[in-house]
Design a protein around this ligand. Structure first.
Ligand code: PHE
Length: 456
């Protein structure tokens, strides 16, 4: 049944796929979202739950998503429709693809605004504005940016244009080359930051904050904290909306899915933990509030760059790399809907990318206005940006993940999954995956949902 190539292009090698998928996974989720969310829920216990979710829920679902994508070789909507037909089940499974597109729109709209902050910080770093900054100065600088809708709009527009241009050309071409040098460079710079934090910050305190699980710290609503840890795992691994699925559809049929998924998840987790180890020692040493919210790294890192030797250079390079990391993630958020427009509406790629990019850009304006002019408008007590962030990571992505797990574990015939994963059905790895994807992942997500809404 399944074809061996996609009409949208193919990765040139297994390494190219790993690089692209890691490029999707590693982004603002690791360096901006992980520290601030961990800080909101008190550190260690949150981090432990997050790690458990990555291993027991994220990894098996990542394998399932790559597997489904590679078997379908189309946009997530058409892939789900085709596989549902092959397995003789309802075409309603394609709704999974639609939900993913909705999640992609919502995520990218606020993601681009945060990427815009990062672009703005490249210039603040490069023009020496961090020099001698203390906590008060860093906070004032951040607040001034967030209060200025015109500047936010300019950066958001630039970032969405960058993203749309790459998707218009086709992701298989440039991405591979960009990620090949980006990942090692980002990694080296994070290690440098951790070394600086070890020497200038409260390193012991930071490590204890991050790795000593004190469950009392989860706060008055532990269900909420556990939900956020799980949501963070989905968000950071790019799972539940079809990004990894569509990247899987460009992977050749021989590559081992299990091995690739382990490598991608491990790199993603390592980057998040390094970011935490770089930031919390500085937060604690400067008396900052770990739970101060989405501005955390933007109020913390300038202090470090302003004081460390060579901080002008390091700071500039760091924010440039963060822009690239956000860019390679944003591309994967736009790709599923663009592939669908090309397949079903006969759009050319550039036209499809322009249309998708335009819708996201408009939604993004609502997000950036919610930080200032529209700060009074709230839904469930949250402005648009916070709302989109919360709903996508904590609801839409895990929900998508449950359906992916059920489809891979219960709907697809055992023989199809064995064949596609390339694992021996009596082997240990296949059996573990099957138990995780059939039971642990779906039940885990549902239990976390019910716990969060206070059902038990
Ligand atoms: N994983 C990306 C990050 O951590 C964000 C993302 C989420 C990308 C969902 C694609 C799909 O920045």
């Amino acid at each position: 049944m399944s074809s061996t190539t996609s009409i949208h292009g193919m990765w040139s090698s297994r390494l190219a796929f790993i690089l692209a998928a890691t490029g999707s996974a590693v982004g603002l989720g690791n360096i901006w979202r992980f520290p601030y969310t961990a800080g909101e829920y008190g550190g260690g216990a949150f981090v432990l739950v997050y790690l458990l979710c990555v291993a027991a829920i994220g990894l098996p679902i990542m394998m399932a998503e790559i597997m489904i994508g590679r078997r379908g070789r189309q946009s997530p909507i058409n892939t789900m429709r085709a596989l549902a037909r092959d397995e003789g089940v309802s075409p309603l499974w394609q709704l999974l693809g639609w939900m993913g597109i909705l999640a992609g729109f919502l995520i990218l709209s606020f993601y681009s605004v945060i990427a815009g902050w990062t672009l703005g910080y490249v210039f603040r770093a490069g023009s020496g504005q961090f020099a001698g900054a203390d906590a008060g100065a860093a906070e004032a600088m951040f607040n001034a940016l967030v209060a200025d809708p015109e500047r936010l709009l300019a950066w958001h527009t630039i970032f969405m244009t960058m993203t749309t241009l790459v998707v218009a050309r086709g992701v298989a071409s440039g991405l591979e080359r960009a990620v090949r040098w980006l990942m090692p460079a980002l990694f080296v710079l994070l290690v440098v930051m951790v070394l600086y934090a070890a020497q200038a910050g409260d390193f012991a305190g930071g490590l204890e904050y991050l790795f000593y699980p004190d469950f009392a710290e989860l706060g008055a609503h532990p269900g909420e904290a556990v939900l956020s840890a799980m949501g963070q795992a989905f968000f950071s691994l790019s799972l539940g909306m079809g990004a990894i699925m569509i990247y899987g559809s460009y992977l050749n049929s021989r590559a081992s899915i299990g091995q690739n998924a382990v490598i991608i998840a491990a790199m993603d987790t390592l980057v998040a933990l390094l970011a935490g180890m770089a930031i919390f020692p500085i937060v604690l040493a400067n008396g900052l509030e770990p739970g101060s919210g989405p501005g955390l790294i933007f109020q913390t890192l300038p202090i470090a760059f302003g004081q460390m030797p060579g901080g002008l250079l390091f700071g500039t390079v760091f924010f440039v790399l963060l822009v690239f990391a956000a860019w390679t993630s944003a591309i994967s958020l736009l790709e599923p809907m663009v592939a669908w427009l090309v397949e079903n509406r006969g759009f050319s790629r550039p036209r499809a990318a322009a249309l998708g990019g335009m819708v996201v850009w408009l939604l993004g304006i609502a997000c950036l206005l919610s930080l200032n002019v529209w700060s009074e408008i709230t839904v469930f007590g949250k402005g648009f940006l916070d709302l989109f962030d919360y709903v996508t990571a904590n609801v839409l992505l895990p929900l998508g993940g449950v359906f992916i797990a059920i489809f891979a574990g219960w709907v697809m015939r055992r023989a199809s999954t064995e064949d596609e994963l390339g694992l021996r059905s009596d082997g240990f790895a296949y059996r573990v995956w099957r138990v995780l994807v059939r039971f642990v992942a779906p039940v885990g997500v549902v239990v976390v949902f019910l716990h969060a809404i206070g059902l038990f």
